[in-house]
Ligand binder design. Structure first.
Ligand code: AMP
Ligand code: TRP
Length: 325
């Protein structure tokens, strides 16, 4: 099976990215062929600073390696280095219904957020994502819940293409974790954890102990005292319970029992200790890689060559089937 998933290089990765997506990637790379583009062309659909983008691309590559993605097993590269992504994206444009794009939740949210800078790229974003996936004949796409709708559209596009031009693409499926698919913001547990909500909303995967302590101890909780999983009535504590459970491999039931007659402060303190322990190796590894940028760039370069072979092969078929020769 071939696996593909991408993350936008927009700054620090957070525990939501890890629990929703990257944790699955690490498991999958053990036994499958994995492709993990750093999707810089998606990141430029909202206002950005070119210098920051360059820094963030390398930073994301370093983060991937620090988290345990293995460039000998998985293909890690920068999306814009393979021109076939944009080529296929244009071709898929011509068969994608406008109405499908307009009803995407992410588009609706972002077009509200960036009212003054509403560019066509924001609308066409899911087509580029479909191109990423279909270009590599992907079977499984491990992502968080927020990407489910884009995956459904990818499948619609693949089917439409195959019906119109003959079987060219595989039918990719989303792989969304049962728990952790939507980690909520620490300062507002009714919203998805995301960098765009500001630094208080998320916990970086590379946070130091002081920062972990500060963010978790000030995380919003709910009225009452009991440590109980109830996302509707207790969204704050439920979110922290999910985080605790996934980082400790203990079930929520076990944790509820363990903290039965204990208060929020004690629960949070233990969560702080757990996160310090679990995130420390990531931070240490990242620090070591930060002074080895040449090595990281070489890895990207070598992996781009591997991705190019796969991309060229699909594109040849696409061009032929569409009558472009
Ligand atoms: P992004 O940072 O938007 O490029 O997202 C990268 C990956 O992380 C995607 O697979 C998302 O679905 C996943 N992701 C982002 N935020 C969260 C979250 N709060 N909870 C779970 N998964 C998330
Ligand atoms: N749209 C995804 C996000 O915002 C990132 C992405 C781009 C992606 N291309 C992809 C994810 C292909 C999975 C597969 O999180």
């Amino acid at each position: 099976m071939r696996i593909l998933s991408g993350i936008q290089p927009t700054g620090e990765l957070h525990i939501g990215n890890y629990l929703g997506a990257i944790k699955q990637w690490l498991e999958l790379q053990k036994n499958h062929e994995c492709v993990f583009p750093i999707v810089d062309l998606h990141a430029i659909t909202v206002p950005y600073n070119p210098k920051d983008l360059q820094k963030n691309i390398i930073e994301t590559a370093i983060s991937y390696l620090a988290l345990g993605l293995d460039p000998e097993k998985s293909i890690i590269f920068v999306q814009s280095k393979i021109k076939e992504h944009t080529e296929l994206s244009w071709l898929l444009n011509t068969i994608t219904p406008l109405s499908e794009l307009e009803r995407m939740t992410q588009y609706k949210e972002k077009s509200r957020q960036f009212k003054k800078n509403l560019n066509a790229g924001l609308l066409n974003y899911p087509i580029l994502m479909a191109a990423d996936i279909l270009l590599y004949q992907t079977d499984l796409v491990p992502v968080g819940k927020d990407q489910e709708q884009h995956l459904e559209l990818t499948r619609v596009i693949a089917k439409k293409f195959n019906n119109r031009f003959g079987k060219t693409f595989k039918d990719p499926k989303a792989l969304i974790p049962k728990e952790g698919a939507k980690i909520m913001a620490l300062n507002n547990p009714k919203k998805k954890m995301s960098k765009s909500l500001g630094p208080q909303a998320y916990l970086s995967l590379f946070a130091d102990p002081k920062e972990i302590q500060k963010k978790i101890m000030s995380a919003v909780t709910d009225p009452g005292k009991t440590i109980k999983y109830d996302p509707k009535k207790k969204p704050g504590i439920s979110n922290l319970l999910i985080i605790f459970s996934l980082f400790s491999s203990k079930s929520i039931k076990e944790l509820e029992k363990k903290f039965k007659n204990k208060g929020y402060a004690e629960f949070k303190k233990e969560l702080v200790n757990l996160l310090i322990l679990k995130l420390e190796p990531f931070r240490r590894k990242k620090k070591g890689l930060e002074s080895r940028e040449v090595y990281v760039r070489e890895i990207l370069f070598q992996n781009t060559k591997k991705a190019q072979v796969l991309a060229s092969s699909t594109m040849e078929e696409v061009r032929k089937n569409m009558g472009l020769i």
